[in-house]
Design a protein around this ligand. Structure first.
Ligand code: MG
Length: 387
């Protein structure tokens, strides 16, 4: 049997000097005894998988809302892809896979229903009440530090500091965490940076796949992308063009592989020159280290803007996202007009300012899935549905 001490020893022997070792973690806010078998990051990963917010990812939109069909990625399957790609990158760079997995599984917990459409709708509403808007990274952080209630001695999941910083800063924009002064000066670990790239890598490629499947983009559209053409070239004569399903699957597979390999080669050429001798050195450095080559960056940007023009702005996708925004807005208005329609454990019956009401309603809606938001909308607006 292997114990936690043995796993910690294996990390020291097998991981790169700049990898984050679980034994060197800055620890948890509330002191807990170490687990006999699992390392700190393995334990964090398990807590995330067993959280309520994680299970809700199944019914949240990535790009295509759940009513569009069951082929498309949901937040849950996207999250699993991010964790898988992140672990591949992390293993090759000799980083801590458990830390990568924990951050990856938590990275989208804070998304409201209907993906970015939901985020935009909530941001617009919250700005009316002088809030900065709605930030899904901040909400992920709040979920794991406050909203999950499973432990008698503290709110949240009491995750390690490295996972919390990874959740807050996973979107490269280090300023986003700026208003949490406690974390402002701490750069993300290489493991957190890997998740950031695995996230953008996963969605660029699965959006190509989902976009083709939906018919919103075509193979002809994608021929304008040099990266797509290179992936096609790589396949040679192995795939028959008339078998579109197979073609789609094989090109997307080649796209992921080309990008992962580029990221690995580029980063591993860069790392020795930075002379990191510990994960602390990475945190203090604060600049992004993991990156694609300039050539791959340009190819990805081109494909990204093609998707933006042809897929995210496709009339069918716009109909879907605008409908989603209307649902969020309608629910918000209904609650705001008469907050006593909210359950008492959500909305205290006395002493709430209008500003607090906005925040309570925002949190309540953000905690819904696409499915529960649509059900709630039906309860309010369909005369024949039970309230
Ligand atoms: Mg994501």
């Amino acid at each position: 049997m292997r114990t936690r001490e043995k796993f910690e020893q294996l990390e020291i022997e097998n991981l790169a000097p700049y990898a984050m070792k679980s034994r060197d973690s800055r620890g948890r806010k509330f002191k807990e005894a170490d687990h006999p078998v699992r390392t700190a990051y393995q334990r964090d990963r398990d807590r995330i998988v067993h959280s309520q917010a994680f299970r809700k990812l199944e019914y949240k939109t990535q790009v295509f809302v759940i009513f569009e069909g069951d082929y498309y990625r949901t937040r849950l399957t996207h999250t699993i892809e991010v964790a898988q790609i992140g672990r591949t990158i992390g293993r090759s760079l000799q980083l801590n896979e458990d830390l990568i997995e924990a951050i990856a599984l938590a990275h989208d917990l804070g998304h409201p229903p209907f993906g970015h459409a939901g985020e935009e709708a909530l941001t617009a509403i919250m700005k009316q009440a002088n809030y900065k808007g709605f930030n899904h990274n901040m909400r992920s952080f709040q979920i794991v530090t406050q909203f999950e209630k499973r432990y008698p001695d503290f709110d949240g999941l009491n995750l390690t500091r490295e996972v919390l910083v990874g959740i807050l800063k996973h979107q490269s924009s280090y300023d986003e965490a700026g208003f949490l002064t406690e974390y402002r000066d701490e750069g993300p670990t290489l493991e957190a940076q890997v998740v950031d790239f695995a996230d953008s890598l996963a969605y660029l490629n699965h959006d190509v796949d989902d976009g083709l499947k939906s018919g919103c983009i075509t193979i002809d559209d994608l021929k304008e992308s040099e990266l797509w053409c290179k992936a096609l070239e790589r396949l040679g004569n192995n795939v028959h063009f008339h078998d579109l399903e197979m073609l789609r699957y094989q090109v997307v597979k080649a796209l992921i592989d080309m990008q992962v390999q580029d990221l690995l080669w580029n980063t591993s050429q860069r790392l020795p020159g930075l002379n990191f001798s510990s994960a602390e050195d990475v945190k203090v450095y604060r600049q992004p280290v993991i990156s694609f080559s300039n050539q791959m960056k340009a190819l990805r940007d081109e494909l990204q803007s093609l998707l933006f023009n042809k897929l995210y702005n496709h009339y069918r996708v716009l109909r879907m996202t605008n409908k989603a925004k209307r649902i969020i807005k309608a629910l918000f208005d209904v609650y705001l007009k008469e907050p006593n329609q909210l359950p008492p454990e959500v909305y205290p019956r006395t002493g709430c300012s209008e500003e607090e009401e906005y925040l309570i309603i925002c949190n309540y809606i953000a905690g819904m899935t696409d499915r529960s938001a649509m059900d709630e909308h039906k309860r309010f607006f369909d005369a024949y549905t039970k309230v």
